[in-house]
Write a protein that binds this ligand. Structure first.
Ligand code: G3H
Ligand code: ZN
Length: 285
């Protein structure tokens, strides 16, 4: 089916008080697994490519974006394509010609006023081209290349009043907030601040985004969606599934040289992980 837009998936999910998941694409197998998992679960999903993944592909956005878009179009599930954690404006400006209907512009490391200025510019640029823009306020730690950030340290959480002012000043379409999750967790032990999520939901007029969801247990994700989270970002859980399957295949077959032998179970393991997360977001009943 044709690509759907992140805007449409997120606004429908928000209106129906449920979540929509966005999964990181690093390789072609990730994209195929996300499509397969969405088909298994019978739900839409978002395929997202981060600036880190673009860097892994030698700085080239077009090849991996075209591959992900082709996989999405060939799928029977409604799938959207999103550019994630964009720090460089050069990469943001490449989104329009690479088939993206949405991007997350990540100025969260900047002081508040600079974050507002840079994000407002990104939103203006996006809206002139029909591109939906997400931003981040507060800092969800654990991003590649950054010193670890304690998700529970004071000042790390997003303040509701500041978030409301930020949304008004930037015109952003969705807001990633810091509520106790952290990126790149390989154990699902994060405890979220559900009261804060509800206060943010009441204060902020745009859908809220939960980053670092790989480390969040099933019940916490369900409760976060019930409290007001809409877009749920998952990356590391797919990589854990991928690498676990490759590791166990190669441990039992040290003579294997054909990558298809171990990439097939790795892709299946990621698809099962995707279906598992999407199952949490299916409306009850
Ligand atoms: O934007 C991407 C996500 O926040 C992924 O985080 O790798 O910890 O699941 P994760
Ligand atoms: Zn993230």
């Amino acid at each position: 089916m044709p690509l759907v837009s992140t805007a449409e998936l997120v606004s429908t999910a928000a209106a129906e008080h449920r979540g929509v998941a966005a999964f990181n694409v690093i390789t072609l197998e990730h994209a195929e697994a996300i499509a397969a998992g969405a088909e298994q679960a019978g739900t839409p999903a978002i395929l997202q490519i981060s600036e880190n993944a673009v860097r892994f592909h030698g700085g080239g956005l077009l090849a991996i974006a075209a591959a992900a878009a082709a996989v999405a179009r060939a799928s029977s599930a409604p799938l959207a394509l999103h550019l994630d954690h964009v720090v460089s404006t050069g990469l943001l400006y490449a989104a329009a010609d690479a088939g993206f209907g949405s991007a997350m512009f990540d100025a969260s490391k900047l002081p508040y006023e600079e974050n507002v200025r840079a994000t407002a510019d990104a939103v203006r640029w996006g809206h002139e081209r029909g591109i939906w823009i997400e931003a981040e306020l507060g800092r969800v730690g654990g991003k590649e290349g950054e010193a670890p950030l304690d998700a529970h340290a004071p000042g790390v959480r997003t303040d509701p009043a500041e978030a409301a002012a930020y949304a008004a000043a930037t015109g952003v379409d969705a807001l990633a907030v810091a509520v106790g999750s952290a990126h790149a967790m390989t154990e699902r032990t994060a405890a979220l601040d559900h009261a804060l999520i509800a206060r943010l939901r009441d204060a902020v007029p745009v859908p809220l985004v939960l980053h670092g969801s790989s480390g969040v247990p099933d019940d916490e994700i369900r409760a976060a969606v019930a409290a007001g989270m809409v877009k749920i970002h998952v990356g590391t859980a797919l990589n854990s599934a991928f690498t676990g399957a490759v590791r166990s295949f190669l441990a039992n077959g040290p003579g294997v040289v054909d990558p298809r032998k171990y990439l097939a179970p790795a892709r299946d393991a990621m698809a099962a992980t995707v279906a598992g997360f999407l199952g949490l977001l299916r409306p009850a009943g």
